[in-house]
Design a protein around this ligand. Structure first.
Ligand code: FA5
Length: 348
């Protein structure tokens, strides 16, 4: 019996050394502890042993049973440790590897330019207001003193909307995509009494497309109305704005111009950043880039909004934000701003 238990212990130990999976360990357990297993068979033979030796034989079987039990438990624990170790090895982090750069978005150059412009005018005390992009002929043209046959009403420049596509808007007369932000001036003056100091940023639409013109672009309208506002204040405000935005080294010039809703009127150019004023393709050889139109609000417009034009004066301006972005970021073609090529946009 002693020999037999020793043989069982040796065989079990060698089988457990070979067992590499949970199933193989389980097969060893069944081989020795199963109903027909070797230990059960030994226990079954105890009755045939002489009574004098039975006690010692029983003790020997129990000893090998206990030994086998703990060897199987140890084999299972070893397998669990090996599995955990393998998992840790696979998931291990190599702290010496360089980090992976995370994609980080940023504001579009048009939004950056708009934010810079807004912040300068807000510091000067202008309030930011808003108006609709789909406008009636009244706000976009008529109230701004455009004569009925003014060329800007021509369909070449203006996207006219078929009002039946809009459902019931209650609009009288033609409906257009606003061609400028100036209709917001009218909405502001009809709504409030002077003094008024507002800017109105927003999208505008024209049938226009080349290196410096886009069919959809962004303007910032400015309006200051109060008693006795002068043209000098217009020049002072816009010169201070230009110096704040482009730096005092950039030159600004006021050029006489015409708008039906301002008198006198001026366009403001800044020296071209691409050729530093010597003339290039972007500035069409002039050395200057036009950024805004401006002027003293026409008395007809003031009167139309219910203001007393003998007492109340105002100045207004309309600034092209894409032109500002082109100057700030050295962008030669306005169309790049709208193509949404990430390789281009990511530079700014
Ligand atoms: C106007 O739109 C007037 N409403 C501006 C104004 C407001 C004058 C208040 C007086 C008082 P103009 O068409 O010049 O003016 O446009 C103003 C600015 O918008 C231009 O100086 C230019 O910077 C920009 N701009 C005009 N057309 C385009 C275009 N197609 N694409 C990009 N920017 C443009």
């Amino acid at each position: 019996m002693q020999d037999e238990t020793k043989r069982i212990a040796d065989e079990a130990a060698s089988l457990l050394r070979e067992a590499k999976t949970r199933e193989e360990i389980e097969a060893v357990r069944v081989r020795f502890f199963g109903r027909k297993g070797q230990i059960s068979l030994l226990l079954g033979q105890l009755g045939k042993i002489a009574p004098g030796e039975r006690k010692a034989a029983g003790a020997a079987i129990n000893a090998v049973k206990a030994e086998l039990d703990s060897a199987i438990a140890e084999a299972n624990a070893g397998l669990r440790r090996a599995t955990v170790d393998a998992e840790l090895r696979e998931g291990a982090i190599d702290v010496t590897l360089p980090g992976r750069a995370r994609f980080q978005g940023h504001r579009h150059p048009i939004s950056q330019a708009l934010a810079a412009v807004r912040s300068i005018f807000e510091k000067m005390g202008f309030e930011v207001i808003d108006g609709p992009e789909i406008e009636t002929d009244f706000y976009n043209f008529e109230a701004l003193n455009f004569a009925p046959d003014h060329p800007a009403r021509d369909m070449q420049d203006t996207f006219v909307i078929d009002p039946t596509t809009l459902g019931s808007t209650g609009a009288k007369g033609p409906v257009v995509l606003r061609t400028h932000t100036s209709p917001v001036q009218i909405r502001a003056m009809l709504r409030s009494k002077p003094p008024l100091r507002v800017i109105a940023p927003g999208r505008v639409y024209r049938r226009d497309s080349d290196q410096t013109h886009s069919p959809m672009f962004t303007q910032v309208e400015g309006l200051y109305v109060d008693r006795g506002v002068t043209f000098s204040e217009l020049k002072g405000t816009l010169s201070a704005f230009s110096a704040a935005l482009f730096g005092s080294r950039t030159k600004t010039r006021f050029r006489p111009s015409f708008f039906p809703f301002t008198e006198p009127s001026a366009e403001v150019d800044v020296s071209c950043v691409f050729c530093t004023g010597t003339g290039c393709r972007v500035c069409k050889g002039t050395g200057w880039l036009e950024i805004l139109g401006s002027g003293m609000v026409h008395p007809n417009v003031l009167r139309g909004c219910g203001y007393d034009s003998s007492d109340i004066r105002g100045f207004a301006f309309g600034l092209g934000i894409e032109r500002v972005a082109m100057l700030l970021f050295d962008i030669e073609d306005i169309r790049n701003l709208f193509e949404n090529d990430h390789r281009f946009i990511a530079q700014f």
